[in-house]
Design a protein around this ligand. Structure first.
Ligand code: FAD
Length: 422
């Protein structure tokens, strides 16, 4: 947060008048022990600001206002707004009521007015005796990024920090040299055409979701299941790839899409790397000191694509097991098959034998039964706190069948759960 203005709950009231989110939580008795209350209030305050500031984003889905004389929001939007926060005593009903009542609140502009302008420099070292920002650099251009990397090729790159900062909060780690990618315009590139996408590594999930509503609806819809609004506002595609967790959500999707990762270096030309080669093992990638992920290229947005994520909670949870299925479909059968899994091995992976078994085939019940067996026989996941080996294997196999049924147009129950309370 170097150089940023941080607004806490104490900063919400103006002239001792409570912010609408605070007033709503009081009116609806949305607080009990109080432990989670500041988080919920801040989430609601941010939500109200978003509605005031970004009608386009609102129109693209989660914060959509219902039509009507009295503006109101759907329960779905309210649940989405508080999905990054947990309450363990009051229960969610009064908090959802508080959210719903905010539909009548006047627009606010709290956070945007506090934002630092991009050109404003960070505080210098002299103003930071603890040295907390002295090792933090925030390049404003690609050439500045490369210059810094030339000077410090082993510095740690940070984009949203939603993975990296766990090293600090969970393991008391410390980074002496951090280079932020958040303000390099070239890494924010986001170009979508009918069938292709170029996604800069520092594009956040929120921005990607807003941009893909029409051009890549399968991804757009899934992104409601990635983290929460807080995480989607910060987390980036480059960060998901950089962490290369076996349960990172983007990895099976990018594997199924045969994505190309464009890797930059401070004095070498950009290098395109196939995602299947980019991922090298458990949290291991092809990135070496001095490298950075510049952008991701994807083709085939029109193909049939499903990504299923099984997790213990719907909201703000990572996958126990996940499956991405991309198919080219013609009357003659399956013209292209890409199947990738997360949470079943030390890294996200494809099963080429399974893809070959599907290629050129007409999808039938017996083919689905064969593939189900093949998945069970091919995968050997571990058991851990998230799920047992057998559960993971069974779910992975079932999800392949589900995808094929969906490809045939068989109506299936919603699994993202968002429409349950629309
Ligand atoms: C509460 C919570 C919920 C989460 N939910 C999910 C979820 O549902 N699904 C999911 O997949 N993940 C989830 N995550 C993990 C995380 O949000 C994602 O992996 C996210 O994409 C990380 O992006 P970031 O920009 O925050 O990465 P950072 O934390 O900034 O960086 C992560 C790693 O990538 C490297 N890196 C970042 N950008 C680049 C680049 N351009 N070039 C080279 N290296 C780079 C960094 O050096 C670091 O090693 C969650 C995290 C939290 C805290």
């Amino acid at each position: 947060m170097g150089g940023q203005a941080v607004v806490t709950i104490e900063g919400l009231p103006v002239n001792n008048v409570l912010h609408p989110a605070q007033a709503a939580m009081m009116t609806t008795h949305g607080a009990q022990c109080g432990f989670c209350t500041p988080g919920f209030v801040m989430a609601l305050a941010g939500w109200l600001d978003e509605r005031a500031f970004d009608p386009d984003r609102e129109a693209s889905a989660p914060l959509k206002l219902d039509d009507g004389v009295v503006p109101s929001v759907s329960l779905r939007a309210c649940r989405e707004a508080i999905s990054g926060n947990l309450c363990r005593c009051t229960g969610y009903r009064p908090i959802l009521q508080a959210a719903k009542s905010l539909a009548r609140a006047p627009p606010t502009a709290l956070f945007k007015t506090h934002q630092r302008s991009p050109s404003e420099p960070l505080s210098d070292d002299a103003a930071d005796p603890g040295g907390y920002t002295s090792g933090f650099r925030e390049p404003q251009s690609l050439s500045e990024l490369k210059t810094l990397l030339r000077q410090q090729p082993t510095a740690t790159l940070i984009a949203g920090g939603t993975d990296l900062m766990l090293e600090v909060t969970q393991k008391q780690g410390r980074f002496d040299r951090l280079i932020s990618l958040a303000r390099v315009p070239a890494l924010q590139r986001l170009e979508l055409s009918a069938d292709t996408a170029i996604i800069g590594s520092a594009v956040t999930y929120q921005d990607l979701q807003a941009a893909t509503a029409l051009s890549w609806p399968a991804l757009h819809d899934f992104l409601f299941r990635l983290g929460s609004p807080q995480i989607r506002n910060r987390g980036t595609i480059g960060g998901n790839l950089g962490t290369a967790s076996p349960i990172g959500d983007l990895l099976p999707i990018l594997l199924a899409m045969d994505a190309t990762i464009v890797v930059g270096h401070f004095d070498e030309p950009d290098r395109p790397v196939a995602i299947s080669e980019f991922l090298q093992g458990y949290r291991k990638t092809q990135l070496n000191p001095g490298n950075f992920i510049r952008e991701i290229h994807v083709e085939g947005l029109q193909d049939f694509l499903r990504y299923y994520k099984i997790s213990k909670r719907q909201e703000d949870d990572i996958a126990s097991v996940s499956v991405a299925v991309r198919l080219g479909l013609k009357a003659s059968g399956v013209t292209l098959a890409r199947i990738a899994f997360g949470g079943v091995a030390e890294q996200a992976l494809r099963l080429p034998a399974l893809e070959q078994a599907l290629q050129g085939q007409i999808i039938t019940d017996s083919l689905m039964a064969d593939l189900h067996e093949q998945v069970r026989a091919s995968l050997n996941p571990i058991s851990d706190v998230r799920a047992s080996r057998d559960y993971r294997r069974e779910m992975a196999a079932n999800l392949i069948v589900r995808a094929l049924k969906e490809a045939l147009g068989t109506p299936m129950p919603q699994i993202y759960g968002l429409d349950d309370y629309a």
